[in-house]
Design a protein around this ligand. Structure first.
Ligand code: NDP
Length: 255
């Protein structure tokens, strides 16, 4: 296989400044892709760009007009989009009877509706590319319910519905549509979950971290590099017959 099988291809990553998005940036760049990195905070995007190159584009994915403009800026920097990684996401938790409509709306807007807007903004390019790739960063919360995070689980279940529908709709084209479903990953999102659990339950941060870590059957957090590696693998030309897959990367919990 070529050392840089994605040479010349333009990969746009939402939430590309931290965690899984930053790891995906590294793996896609190592395979030769040109990067466009989107997020709300410029500093983490710049740090990733310093390591792997790429256009840094400030964008709140919950603002559809900003998404359209940001995707145009990405095209101006790197040409038509061949590979789209829909990764930006947020998590919150609350018992259902205390869950607010604002929190529900925030989670659905960021994790699900923005996936629609970003995919719509890139679909023309993705279908024109000779190896278009759409990868949605879903979750094991796409596959089962999550007590105290009904909104998060609903948003991530929705992503799989979107992924499977588009995989079928475009099966006869050169675009593939897949999802990765990580368990708990060692990223800032999990750090925030640890802090939240510790604050709500009064447990130490160490105890909260082990409780979360032990929700993965492996008893360890997933390395974000492992997710970045699978995302890049799904983007390879050789992966053209992987379509409609939800790839679980969780240390065995879903087994
Ligand atoms: P991070 O918090 O590190 O990454 C989330 C990224 O999304 C950040 O870079 C953030 O950047 C960006 N983002 C959030 N909201 C917006 C917005 N409105 N507009 C643009 N960018 C936004 O955590 P992870 O790397 O863990 O999360 C990445 C994805 O992986 C998420 O979709 C998450 O649900 C999913 N996931 C994570 C798991 C875990 O255990 N950590 C497990 C399963 C799935 P900024 O704040 O600058 O906008």
């Amino acid at each position: 296989m070529a050392e840089t099988p994605l040479a010349g291809r333009h990969a746009l990553i939402t939430g590309g400044g931290t965690g899984i998005g930053a790891a995906a940036a590294g793996h896609l760049s190592a395979a030769g892709a040109k990067l466009s990195l989107l997020g709300r905070r410029i500093e983490p995007l710049q740090a990733v760009s310093e390591l792997h190159g790429g256009a840094v584009i400030q964008c709140d994915v919950t603002d559809p007009s900003r998404v359209a403009a940001a995707f145009d800026e990405a095209r101006a920097a790197n040409g038509p989009i061949d590979l789209l990684v829909v990764n930006a996401g947020i998590a919150e938790s609350a018992p259902f009877h205390k869950m607010t409509r604002e929190s529900w709306d925030r989670i659905i807007a960021t994790n699900l509706t923005a996936a629609f807007d970003c995919t719509r903004a890139a679909i023309g390019d993705l279908l024109k590319s000779d190896n278009g790739r759409l990868v949605l960063v879903a979750s094991v919360a796409s596959l089962r319910g999550v007590p105290y995070a009904a909104h998060y689980a609903a948003s991530k279940h929705g992503l799989l519905g979107l992924m499977r529908s588009l995989a079928g709709e475009y099966a006869k084209t050169s675009l593939t549509v897949n999802a990765v479903c990580p368990g708990y990953v060692d990223t800032p999102m999990t750090d925030q979950s640890v802090a939240r659990v510790s604050q709500i339950t009064g447990r130490s941060e160490g105890d909260a971290r082990s409780a979360i870590t032990n929700m993965n059957a492996s008893g360890r957090l997933v390395d974000p590099e492992a997710i970045g590696n699978v995302i890049a693998m799904l983007c390879l030309p050789l992966s053209r017959d992987i379509n409609g897959a939800a790839v679980t990367i969780d240390g065995g919990t879903a087994a």
